[in-house]
Write a protein that binds this ligand. Structure first.
Ligand code: VG1
Ligand code: CO
Length: 543
């Protein structure tokens, strides 16, 4: 078998963002583009000779072609074994689990998450470490530096492999094992949750609907929710993964998961609804005519963890990304738990979980998870909620309202301005920065500004520092305005405005979040010039 060393030249812009390298499919299809990045990863992660690599993706267009290339490069570079999901399918949390369970050296996950898929849409790749979590910044920066000086890559010449059947192949001394995409993950879920109680709940007239949005969670949800938990056939909608996600935008929020939203807000709505994203790591939870914000979901999961078998022995602590609301902090304080605030992106939670400092983590962007893997986990969050619902025998709304009465409500919203001019987006943030000295002490939206900063984070485990993680205006009453630029987009810039205001008074907790935050929204525009600079009169997406 011939190992080829192919001469190549660097491509510009191969710096991984919040969650790996994401580009248009056509960018990845340029000769050597994918190969350069993969070789740069291999050159940056240390000595993996004789080790195992996990490979799988969300099934989007170009997934299978990329996997064939990676298999041949892994063999040429000296891995002794690759575990690859059947048909190239592994949800992001399932891949994390397989890396951990089989002591792999690491994994390559092919996904652009919720971004649309197809020949003219997005593709992505990221490297996860042996702990199952996304590579930390030190590693992604080393990879980027390598992409800027790469001169060659190694690949074995061979026909493509049939990945549609479970089985194994040999390639230049490397074993390729095509494994069941779902089985290990399903077993892990069963070890954490009270499946008997959930099965009984579902048998007891408790109706649910799960929207897999034609993306990777379809086979997982079918096997677990309809199969193991016995939910009615048809509970999982859009359950067949498609290369183009059915032309949709599998981002589980009120805008893009409208099919599910219509069901939960329609006549005869079920008691519970949920959706997941392209690669299976995000989740949205709905009750009958009721939406649970992701920030509240994290707090409620933390407050109810004692009801769930996998967590009833107690949890170590909670971490949330900086823009995520402080709802979880209030639970941590009341229960005496560790509490951490990290920059956006799951890679920042890995060290905290590995060091046993936290058990539960979450982001406002519909991401929740625990130390059962090192990624956020959409189906896990759905099963967690079902387990809590089975234990409490109350409605979703009743559980949330009760939570607010006990801990207060953190009114919260995120406004995204997508695909705007990059220079204008930078200027929005700079406008606020320019007022860092003058804002404190001023009254905005009826509240006094306490301080302003560019959020920076020092990892308490390894001391690494991450700067410029979002522009913050912090009010004396705990309210916050945050401006940040997305690190996952593939065209133009996306400005994210995060708004939060705390309400302790139960009498005032029943407002619509947009109404409750209206003065904050106006103040944000006033200090940043957001609408004028972006030329938009309203956000692209409100969550
Ligand atoms: C977004 C979210 C962030 C999340 C990231 C990856 O990043 O805000 O919270 O971790 O997507 O999620 P950004 O930089 O665009 O704000 V996923 O589901 O794409 O793996
Ligand atoms: Co995702």
């Amino acid at each position: 078998m011939k190992i080829h060393t192919i001469a190549t030249e660097p491509f510009e812009g191969q710096r991984p963002g919040t969650s790996g390298l994401r580009k248009k499919v056509r960018v990845f299809q340029q000769p050597h583009y994918l190969e350069n990045f993969v070789q740069s990863v291999f050159d940056s992660i240390g000595d993996f000779q004789g080790e195992t690599l996990v490979v799988g993706g969300d099934g989007r267009y170009y997934n299978l072609q990329a996997i064939q290339t990676i298999l041949k490069m892994a063999a040429a570079n000296g891995f002794s074994r690759v575990l690859v999901g059947q048909n190239g399918i592994l949800s992001t949390p399932a891949a994390s689990n397989i890396i951990r369970k089989y002591n792999a050296y690491g994994g390559l996950i092919l996904s652009a998450s919720h971004n649309p898929a197809g020949p003219d849409e997005d593709f992505g790749i990221k490297y996860n470490m042996g702990n199952g979590g996304p590579a930390p910044e030190g590693v992604t920066e080393a990879v980027f530096e390598q992409t800027e000086k790469i001169e060659w890559y190694q690949i074995v010449e061979h026909n493509d492999f049939d990945l549609s059947q479970i089985g194994s192949y040999e390639l230049a001394g490397m074993q390729i094992e095509v494994i069941d995409s779902v089985a290990d993950y399903a077993e892990l879920m069963q070890s954490l949750f009270d499946f008997d109680a959930i099965r009984a709940l579902l048998a007891d007239d408790f109706a649910i609907s799960f929207d897999a949005m034609h993306a990777v969670t379809g086979p997982y949800a079918m096997a677990i929710i309809e199969g193991m938990l016995g939910a009615q056939a048809g509970t999982v909608i859009n359950g067949i993964p498609k290369e183009d996600f059915g032309g949709g935008h599998p981002d589980p929020n009120l805008t893009y998961a409208h099919e599910l939203v219509d069901i939960l807000y329609g006549e005869d709505a079920p008691d519970f609804g949920a959706a997941s994203d392209g690669d299976g790591d995000r989740n949205m939870v709905l009750g009958n005519h009721f939406f649970v914000t992701p920030s509240d979901s994290l707090a409620i999961i933390a407050a109810n963890a004692h009801l769930v078998p996998g967590y009833k022995g107690g949890i170590n602590g909670v971490a949330r990304s900086m823009p995520t609301s402080g709802a979880a902090d209030r639970v941590a304080e009341a229960l005496g738990l560790n509490c951490y605030e990290t920059p956006t992106g799951w890679k920042f939670f890995g060290n905290l979980m590995d060091a046993g400092k936290v058990t539960l983590c979450g982001e406002e962007s519909f991401g929740t998870g625990s130390d059962h893997v090192r990624e956020k986990d959409g189906l896990w969050a759905v099963l967690f909620w079902l387990n809590v619902l089975a234990a409490r025998q109350e409605s979703v709304e009743a559980i949330v309202v009760d939570h607010w009465q006990r801990f207060g409500r953190n009114y919260y919203s995120r406004h995204d301005y997508e695909g705007v001019d990059s220079a204008a987006a930078e200027k929005v943030l700079q406008n606020v920065r320019d007022q860092f000295a003058s804002l404190p002490g001023q009254t905005l939206a009826g509240r006094i500004v306490g301080s302003c900063d560019d959020f920076a984070y020092t990892d308490p485990v390894d001391g690494s520092v991450s700067e410029n993680q979002g522009v913050r205006v912090l009010f004396e009453d705990g309210s916050r305005l945050i401006f940040r630029l997305s690190g996952t987009g593939t065209s133009g810039a996306t400005v994210r405005l995060y708004l939060e205001s705390y309400e302790a008074d139960a009498e005032k907790q029943g407002l619509d979040a947009q109404d409750a935050l209206a003065d904050m929204i106006a103040a944000a525009d006033e200090i940043s010039g957001l609408k004028q600079l972006t030329g938009r009169d309203k956000p692209t997406v409100i969550t």
